[in-house]
Structures are given as structure tokens and as C-alpha cells.
Design a binder for this molecule. Structure first.
Ligand code: NAD
Length: 357
């Protein structure tokens, strides 16, 4: 029997609650499709700071590097907000992404037909939306040097190399080739030199993909177009900061940030994590939506283990659970048959996985 070793980092806030549900669903799908999942649990973020005094302990990093995949909940919280930057929870996550060379963050934003009404945007603009945001993850403003802050001045640096742009662009074009054959590069080329380099490099890469339509959009316009007419997008290719913001915006098109999964890939080991944070405002209440986490687990099966059927079984179960009217509080605006807790919806999805033929 095939066996996969997963480094599980539940993290802070709602991280442990939603990761528990993802593991519940993974166990069901593994026994159904006859493979074995071995989980080893490690600390990162605030939970690690409390125990080890640092956000990414060496043992977590080593375990992640040796594993077949990292399943990651979320980190952060007010308790750790005033620590020095290198000791804050997010520094641990940025370091993990960098060390695993997880430079490509794939963020699918799909509007489930049964949730079109749950969005704050009119349903007719949303039905059929299926966007993949391909966000560069290990460079740009979040990593650029020099950076600094004193009482009078603060500064960050956005740096991109040609090589960094080439490798993420190839991932975007390859993804578009399997989808609707369109890549939109989102940038700020009218102002930023980094964006001008992005345009030059992406145009070159596009020559190898003659079937793919490439277009360009400034980030400010893209933020507007995403709300005005989201169906115009297929693959959105963009740098780190713009991708972070646009994918949160895309989540509200879909109904809730609690629905959007992601895969951070590029190196030997990928990180599979929801796009949202640790949601301290709802932590411990049993109301968090675990679907983004469960769908991230499905992305892990697909991208890390090539267990395509098992991944699709989870995706189908989530779709059918929504179709049958089960909702968590964040998506319960109109048509809930039953409003479920985190634990209940995880069990229902697991049952649907089990009973699907
Ligand atoms: P957030 O994504 O945690 O929450 C934003 C809003 O969405 C909140 O109202 C929250 O209740 C809601 N929400 C998020 N996930 C949800 C879910 N699964 N179900 C239902 N509602 C959900 O963003 P924030 O409030 O800006 O940040 C909170 C903490 O998370 C901060 O410490 C931040 O640094 C951290 N953060 C971590 C990550 C990560 O671990 N990858 C990403 C973003 C933010």
C-alpha cells in the first residue's frame, strides 16, 4: 500500500479546529482509495513561540523538509503582535516557504453554483466563475532587502529577478493550458520597474505557449474588474503582494474566505494551506468553516501525491454538501437547510466522501 508522510502544522487560532476536520476527511478518503497517510505534528507560529521562543523551530523545519507534504492550518494572533519582526508568527511561515522553495502559490477561486447567492455580489455576475490566482510567493516586497523602520522612516524593497519571474510564469502558462487558455498578468507597469521587467519576461515566455491568450492589467483596474466581471479571468499571474490582496478579494466573490484553499509548490515538498489567517475573532467557538482547509488537503492529494481520484472525491463531497444545503455560519446568509459547527460539517463531508460511488 502506498504511504505518504505528512508534516502537520495546525498553528494558532482556528488552525487546530479546521486541521482536525481536514484530517478526518483525509482518513476517510485514504481508506476508501487504499493508501496510507502518516501524520506527524509540529509547532509553528504563536504556538511555537510559546514553547520554543521562536516561530519556526529547527525540528519543525527539518520535519517539513523530510516529509512528502506539509499540511498547514494558520498562524498568528494579537498575543504575539508586538514581538520583533523576526520573532513574529508570520516570519516562521515566510521562512518555511522560502526554505521549501515554495515559490508558486496556486489559489483557485471557484464559485459553487449553490453559493452564488451567499456572495455580496449579484448572483448572475458570479455563476460559472473559475479563476486560478498564481501568486509569486518567495520574493518581492515581503522578502526584499534592504528593509527597516525607525521612528522617522520606514522602508521596504521590491526586488524581482528574471529567473524568479520566468519560473512562476511557466507554472501559470502550464496551468492555463489545462484550463481556459488565458493568462492575465496583473502588475503596475505604469509606475514600477519591477512590473516592467515582469511584462518583458512574461511576453518572452508566452512565445512558447502560442495557444494561450496573454493580456495585461494594472492592479488597481484588476481589483475593480474582479468585482465588475469576474468571469473574464482564467489564470491571474501576479507578484507576491498583489496576489495576496487579489485572492482575498476573490474569496468574497466565492462567498467566504473560509472556502478558498491553496497549494504552495515549486520545491520537492509543497505546503497546503487555506488562504485565510487564524481568525482569532472566532477561534474556539466551533463556527469556523473548515472547507478551505479540507479543499487544501484535496490539493495536497492532487499536487503532492498524484491521488487525483481521491482529491476529486473530496471536491465532489464538498460540492454536494453545499448543494444539499449544509452551511457554516459564514455562508448561511440565505438558503441554509442546516447551520453546522466546524466539527459537524467536517463529519458530514467525511460521510459524503464515504458514501460517494
Ligand atoms: P483572517 O483571514 O484570519 O480573518 C479575516 C476575517 O475572515 C475574520 O473576520 C475571520 O473570522 C474570517 N474568517 C477567516 N477564516 C475563516 C473561516 N475558515 N471560517 C469563517 N470565517 C473565517 O485575517 P486577519 O483577521 O487579518 O488576521 C488574523 C491573524 O491571522 C493575524 O495574526 C494575521 O497575521 C494572521 N494571518 C495568518 C495567515 C496564515 O497563517 N497563512 C494568513 C493571513 C493572516
Amino acid at each position: 500500500m502506498k504511504k505518504y508522510n505528512i508534516c502537520v502544522i495546525k498553528g494558532d487560532g482556528i488552525g487546530p479546529e479546521i486541521t482536525t476536520e481536514a484530517i478526518k476527511v483525509l482518513d476517510t478518503v485514504a481508506s476508501k482509495f487504499n493508501f496510507d497517510l502518516n501524520y506527524e505534528h509540529f509547532l509553528m507560529g504563536g504556538a511555537a513561540i510559546d514553547v520554543f521562543g521562536e516561530p519556526l523551530p529547527e525540528e519543525t523545519l527539518e520535519a517539513a523538509m523530510k516529509s512528502d507534504a506539509v499540511l498547514f492550518g494558520a498562524i498568528g494572533g494579537e498575543k504575539w503582535d508586538n514581538l520583533e519582526r523576526h520573532l513574529r508568527p508570520e516570519s516562521g511561515l515566510l521562512k518555511l516557504r522560502k526554505r521549501l522553495n515554495a515559490f508558486a502559490n496556486l489559489r483557485p477561486a471557484i464559485v459553487f453554483d449553490d453559493l452564488a447567492e451567499a456572495s455580496t455580489i449579484k448572483a448572475e455576475a458570479l455563476k460559472g466563475v473559475d479563476i486560478l490566482v498564481v501568486r509569486e510567493l518567495t520574493s518581492g516586497l515581503y522578502f526584499g532587502e534592504p528593509r527597516g523602520k525607525n521612528e522617522e522612516k520606514a522602508f521596504n524593497t521590491m526586488v524581482y529577478t528574471k529567473k524568479e519571474i520566468e519560473r512562476i510564469s511557466k507554472i501559470a502558462f502550464e496551468a492555463a493550458a489545462k484550463r481556459n487558455k488565458k493568462v492575465t498578468l496583473v502588475d503596475k507597469a505604469n509606475v514600477l520597474e519591477t512590473s516592467q521587467l515582469w511584462r518583458e519576461v512574461v511576453k518572452e515566455i508566452a512565445k512558447d505557449y502560442p495557444d494561450i491568450v496573454l493580456d495585461f492589467m494594472y492592479i488597481d483596474n484588476a481589483a475593480m474588474q474582479l468585482i465588475r466581471d469576474p468571469k473574464q479571468f482564467d489564470v491571474i499571474l501576479t507578484e507576491n503582494l498583489f496576489g495576496d490582496i487579489l485572492s482575498d478579494e476573490a474569496s468574497m466573490i466565492c462567498g467566504s474566505i473560509g472556502l478558498l484553499p491553496s497549494a504552495s509548490i515549486g520545491g520537492r515538498v509543497g505546503i497546503f494551506e487555506p488562504i485565510h489567517g487564524s481568525a482569532p475573532d472566532i477561534a474556539g467557538q466551533g463556527v469556523a468553516n473548515p472547507m478551505a482547509m479540507i479543499l487544501s488537503a484535496a490539493m495536497m492529494l492532487k499536487y503532492a501525491f498524484n491521488e487525483i481520484e481521491a482529491a476529486e472525491c473530496i471536491e465532489k463531497a464538498v460540492r454536494n454538501v453545499l448543494k444539499d444545503g449544509y452551511r457554516t455560519a459564514d455562508i448561511s446568509r440565505f438558503d441554509a437547510k442546516e447551520i453546522c459547527s466546524t466539527n459537524e460539517i467536517g463529519s458530514i463531508i467525511s460521510d459524503y466522501v464515504n458514501s460517494d460511488d
